[in-house]
Design a protein around this ligand. Structure first.
Ligand SMILES: NC(=O)c1ccc[n+]([C@@H]2O[C@H](COP(=O)([O-])OP(=O)(O)OC[C@H]3O[C@@H](n4cnc5c(N)ncnc54)[C@H](OP(=O)(O)O)[C@@H]3O)[C@@H](O)[C@H]2O)c1
Length: 238
């Protein structure tokens, strides 16, 4: 399979890339920071020398850069089997006192990145010849902050509710086109988003937990679509 993953330089996106690479699938990756992206790519290439891995750094909060990344994907000329819209950023805050501009930044990074990239790639996906009965599978990284309000959710949570709306609509629209759409709702996952949180008691999940669920969902029969993946720490939300 050919797998396109955004936000793949670290955290959940990198774990998703690794699980597909470990299973021999070709990767087309993106992140904002070029040095971090190429470092992660080189690391994966060393670990999985037989796997094709390409990457292009772009700021996906900017529409023209999403267009440019999407065009690079299309120019590679492959069948797009999996698209993982994972790139995202977390700014804690509350509606009443977060900094001016937080909402715009969260919406641009967490929603518009996925919306515009999907729109760029969909025309090709919708007309590509089905492989094993499907034209492709899109995973949208939502959050439990898409499902419930919580303290310090603010603009981040608003953007993730919107991502959920995007993903649900896409699922409905793509049913007759043989393109699967899965919304992923993780609770707390130990990544850079959690800064110096001490996870020595393994209170929160690992990025590989999410990656393994995504990979498993990509492996089902063409007539089965995992619509939602909700996954929380065993002890519940923090
Ligand atoms: N960790 C959690 O607890 C948790 C829970 C629920 C949902 N999520 C969601 O899961 C996704 C990944 O989160 P994570 O915790 O793995 O985050 P992370 O470790 O902070 O990694 C974020 C990734 O997204 C990329 N990115 C951020 N802004 C970007 C931009 N403007 N353009 C292009 N790429 C950009 C980063 O690239 P650079 O390295 O270049 O900055 C990085 O590769 C996000 O959508 C997040 O909201 C996370």
């Amino acid at each position: 399979m050919n797998v396109v993953i955004t936000g793949a330089s670290r955290g959940i996106g990198k774990a998703v890339a690794e699980v597909f690479a470990a299973n021999g699938h070709a990767l087309y990756l993106s992140s904002k920071n070029e040095v971090a992206m190429y470092k992660a790519m080189a690391e994966m290439q060393d670990k999985y020398p037989g796997v094709k891995i390409k990457a292009k750094a772009r700021d996906l909060s900017k529409r023209e850069e999403v267009e440019s990344f999407g065009q690079w994907v299309l120019d590679n000329g492959f069948h797009i089997d999996v698209l993982v819209n994972n790139a995202g950023n977390f700014l804690p805050g509350s509606v009443y006192n977060e900094e001016q501009g937080f909402l715009e930044e969260m919406i641009a990074t967490n929603l518009y990145s996925a919306y515009h990239l999907t729109r760029k790639l969909l025309p090709q996906m919708m007309k590509q010849t089905p492989v094993s009965g499907t034209r492709g599978h899109i995973f949208n990284m939502c959050s439990i902050a898409s499902l419930n309000a919580y303290k310090n959710g603010g603009a981040y949570s608003i953007s993730k509710f919107a991502m959920h709306g995007f993903s649900k609509n896409l699922r409905e629209e793509m049913k007759p086109h043989l393109i699967k759409v899965t919304s992923v709702f993780p609770g707390a996952v130990m990544t850079d988003s959690w800064g110096d949180f001490d996870n020595s008691t393994q209170r929160i999940m690992e990025a590989t937990d999410i990656a393994r669920m995504i990979y498993a969902s990509s492996q089902l029969s063409p007539q089965a679509c995992v619509e939602d993946i909700t996954i929380r720490p065993q002890l519940g939300d923090l």
